[in-house]
Write a protein that binds this ligand. Sequence first.
Ligand code: PLP
Length: 416
Amino acid sequence: MSAAAENSVSTRVDWTRVRRDFPILDRQVHGKPLVYLDSANTSQKPRRVIDAVDAFYREHNANVARAVHQLGEEATGLYEGARDKLAAFLGANHRDEIVLTSGTTMATNLVAYSYLLPRLKSGDAVLVTTMEHHANIVPWQLVCKLTGARLKVAPITESGELIVDKFIEALTPDVKLAGVVHVSNVLGTINPVQALARECRKRGIPLLVDGSQAAPHLPLDVKAIGCDFYCVTGHKMCGPTGTGALWARRELLESMPPFFGGGEMIRTVSFDGSTFADPPRRFEAGTPNTAGFAGLGAAIDYLRGIGMDNIAARERELLDYAVPRMRAVPGLRIIGTAPDKAAVISFLIDGVHSHDLATLLDQEGVAVRSGHHCAHPLMQFYGVPATCRASLAFWNTEAEIDAFVAAIARVRKLLE
Ligand code: PLP
């Protein structure tokens, strides 16, 4: 074996064993083996995560930060443990920079209402890009509407790459925040967030990075990126739904007033007024999804156990395997062909509606997503109502990609 082959990701990690960690992958759908190609929508969960949630309710269930009894301490330990693990996973300076949220949507809304709204006035702007998910568009629109500010949009190329010069040009003094997706959930494009952060910093404009699709697939270091806010969602990174986090620079969190009020986020309360806890607790009112965070902690351990470099390399292998085989299907067009791309493949077939295609693929046991992917403006840019999207994860196999491509070819013939 050559040195390069010996060092390849396929030999470093036993991917067949990794795949066995996911019980759901053994099931059949419509009498066919499940081929799950919808990880960008939500990832499947390894046994370790399922067991952690199960163990939480069987052995540790109690409310967090409210009880001195043993179970309360254990539950609090699991919840706060997830914060520690997220801090390490994201390369944060300190655990207090991590606000635990229900996901990215909650994180962007928190920044919109707590950070941006008090700073925004008529005539100001928020800069986003054409390829944003609605979670990185609508919260800004809501606060713009309240203040008379406006949204500015940095354009992309036909291949789905951000036009960086235009983004930089748009960083004018009226821009009070820029929001950019790290990895597009439709195109797979990996944006040069480090370079964008540098430009934003030069101009004193805070940058929020939507890391929903990056955190499950790439090694991350928010300090190296140099952004101001970074959002992740647990259910796409092998963790339970209803979990996620906002990472923010500590001084920014300290400058932000509470967004939700209620229990656990206060220092004192009287009918004359309340004072608030320090961040991050200031932003974590009410009873959280403790079992979910116990699971997210296990998910982070699991991903780090495999190694994010290995995951990124394996998914690149799978992408490079899938793309030429998909292109060989007559009439198939891939939307999003940036060279720096994650394993997310949006596609269309001439004359076939993407919903019909996805429905027929489902009959073959293949799960892909069809729709606008919560990216209406991007669909408008490409002039299509919807796309089909196959999104791969490290547990997928070349054989599954073959089965998927064969199923597309069969469905295409059927619909001809
Ligand atoms: N941003 C991107 C790029 C996404 O793909 C998604 C989920 O599809 C979100 C934001 C929303 O995340 P959440 O499910 O945590 O609200």
